[in-house]
Design a protein around this ligand. Structure first.
Ligand SMILES: Nc1ncnc2c1ncn2[C@@H]1O[C@H](COP(=O)(O)OP(=O)(O)OP(=O)(O)O)[C@@H](O)[C@H]1O
Ligand SMILES: [Mg+2]
Length: 221
């Protein structure tokens, strides 16, 4: 298993009550699997994904990446893992305004230097998501759907073992959304595990498994 979550929980406070945004969620994803999580707004999907990405520490339970318990790794090791083996597409926009599209895409490579030249790969990825002509533009001039595709290309740059995507097709038209789904299916077939959150139940046709989140509880469909 590339990723395993064992009964992870996150409790939040609202006013003077507390509630579980994620309540003992367990899942495991094998290499090359394409899995979707669906669920209503507020059901805990993004909170779950942040914990799986190592950005948020669970209050209980364990996250294992490639068999290793993330709680036992230091911040530096987690950060390295995130930038080299994990692709994470956050909900909303996460591009840096003062960098061009191409510079945004090579960001993970800059944070953790590696041998290979990132530019050619970044341009090939921009081509694959259909925005190569925008490589030298700044984000302020891009549409929502184009910005989303920048995040997709950036997440794929390190050729991650696991791609976590939080509503990556949220603001795309049907055709562009379908293109992203095809891209994800291709990279899954090539061995990258894909875990994606979506509202779009149409989009989940053809994925390997669908999990449903309800009030913090995760269940297999
Ligand atoms: N930092 C926080 N502090 C307190 N409550 C939070 C915090 N983050 C999220 N919540 C609450 O936890 C619940 C789950 O939020 P989460 O963002 O995980 O939902 P979601 O399923 O991703 O929703 P959406 O589909 O709208 O993106 C919500 O009720 C939210 O208000
Ligand atoms: Mg969310």
């Amino acid at each position: 298993m590339i990723l395993e979550a064992r009964a992870i929980s996150k409790e939040y406070r609202r006013g003077d009550t507390t509630f579980f945004a994620v309540d003992r969620a367990s899942l495991s994803i094998a290499k090359g699997e394409f899995v979707c999580i669906v669920g209503r707004s507020g059901s805990g999907k993004s909170t779950l994904l942040s914990m799986l990405a190592g950005l948020l520490t669970p209050d209980a339970g364990a996250v294992l990446f490639d068999g290793r318990d993330c709680a036992l790794l230091g911040d530096e090791a987690i950060s390295r893992l995130r930038n080299t083996r994990l692709g994470y597409i956050m909900q909303g926009y996460s591009v840096l305004p003062n960098f061009t599209v191409l510079q945004n895409v090579i960001l993970p490579h800059v944070l953790f230097k590696r041998e290979d030249d990132p530019y050619e790969k970044a341009l090939a990825l921009l081509d694959r998501v259909g925005i190569r002509p925008l490589a030298d533009q700044y984000p302020a001039r891009l549409s929502g759907g184009e910005l989303r595709r920048v995040s997709v290309a950036r997440a794929l740059l390190p050729s991650p073992d696991l791609l976590l995507a939080d509503e990556p097709t949220g603001d795309l038209d049907a055709e562009s959304a379908a293109a992203i789904m095809r891209l994800f299916a291709e990279i899954a077939a090539a061995g990258t595990a894909v875990l994606m959150v979506t509202h779009d139940t149409e989009a989940t046709k053809g994925v390997d498994r669908v999990l449903t989140m309800r009030s913090g509880r995760l269940a297999e469909d």
